[in-house]
Structure formats: structure tokens, C-alpha cells
Design a protein around this ligand. Sequence first.
Ligand code: OAD
Length: 237
Amino acid sequence: MNIFILTGAGLSAESNLGTFRDKGDGLWTRFDPMKLATPGAFARNPGEVHAFYNMRRQNLLAAEPNEAHRALARLEAGLVGRGNFFLVTQNIDDLHERAGSQRVTHMHGELLKARCTACTSAMPWREDLSVNLTCPHCGRTGTLRPDVVWFGEVPLQMDAIDDALAQSDLFVSIGTSGSVYPAAGFVEQAKELGIRAYEINLEPSDNARLFDEAHYGPATQAVPAWVEKVLAASVRS
Ligand code: OAD
């Protein structure tokens, strides 16, 4: 069995990182993404953009992976030699890695990395970013930005993602509202290729009708339960 998994903010919600679109406390209901998550916003007001990502980086450093992250790491380990496992996340946190996942594709970049807009070097970064900092690679000041994908930018590693999806037998979408493309289009791609699609989410996503099967509930319960079933079936087969 070749499994392709897409994760979103719902997977990290129970690690206290919140989501974007949940009513009430979603990040994009409290903050305007057009003022904080676009190249234009960064050009106009880098200090405000840095403050937003500094806040999110500090929250991430205080967060811990949850049972859903750990279950996906167990699934990856359990499928070694039994099938391909491809994990792509829209999340910019490192909770999959901290839970033990070995191979994670971060299509929207990583919050714990900085990138220089002048020399393009990317580097691990855990401190606050500001316009006063100097790039350790090229020595220019004011050029460092979070190494994340903003609205209007192209997500990362799309060729590898498309290839992995095409080779899978099962597409599983976990904790994502299905409202941001290209990730929101993976289920359609899967269906066109005849690949079974399974959704795990707190509530039906925007494209819930496209899935063959779904389980609605908190990720920390729904994901471990599903992983145990898949692992048990893979041992039997
Ligand atoms: P959203 O906030 O759009 O959706 C989160 C989904 O998780 C919703 O459908 C919730 O119902 C579900 N959810 C919430 N709590 C959950 C829980 N405990 N267990 C399971 N599911 C839960 O987040 P994403 O779909 O990840 O991009 O957002 C996609 C992209 O939009 C993000 O990567 C980000 C954002 O703008 C950029 O910043 C470029």
C-alpha cells in the first residue's frame, strides 16, 4: 500500500498552535493575511510581518507534538519495506519532525528557518527576526525573512509532490479546510487518477464531497485510531 498524506493546521490545533479559519480564534479571523503574509506586505511593512512571525515562532517553540503527530511517525516506521509513505504538510511548524517523522515535505516552508532575499541562502533560525539583522552568509542588513511561502508565492517541491501522489493507492487529508490551492486540489487530482481518498477532520472540509470516506473528530483521537487499523492490516497482508 502506497500512502500519500496531506496535513494542515487541524493536526497541530491540539498542540495549541491554533488554525487559520476556525471561527472565533482562527489566525485569519484575528489578523489580516493580506497585511502579514504576502511579499507586498513584507516590502511595505517588514517590521509588522516580522512581529507576526516572531509571535508564531515563539508559540511553536513552546508547543509539543501531539498523539496525531506521533501516530503518523509510527505509521511511517511501520510501513518501511511494506509500501511507500509520503507526508506533505501545509504546516510551517516542526511538530512532525519532533514526533519522529523522518521524511516531511513542507510545501509552505518552515518557520524555524530564515532566508536571505539578497543571496537566497536559507538557514536554521530560532530567534526573533528583525530588519536590523545581518545575513550571516552575504553580510547584507535587512534582507532576512521567514523561510515560508506567502500568498502569491509558489509552494515548494510541487514536482515531487505530484509524482508521489500519482504513485499512491490512498490519499489521506488530515486537519485541513481544503480552501488553499494547490493543496486543496490534491483530492481532485487523486480522484482523476483513480486513487481512493480519505478525510480526517474535525468537520467536513470545503471539498468533503470528493472523498470516498471520512472520519470526523479531533485529530489526536481519529489519527491514532486510523493508523492502528492501517498497521494491523499491513501486518496481515
Ligand atoms: P485551516 O484553518 O483553513 O483549516 C483547519 C481545519 O482543521 C478546519 O477544517 C478545522 O475544522 C480542522 N480542525 C480544527 N481543529 C481540529 C482538530 N483538533 N482535529 C482535526 N481537525 C481540526 O488550516 P489549513 O487548511 O491548514 O497558508 O490552511 C491552509 C493554509 O491556509 C495554511 O497552510 C496557511 C493558511 O493561509 C499560508 O499561510 C500560505
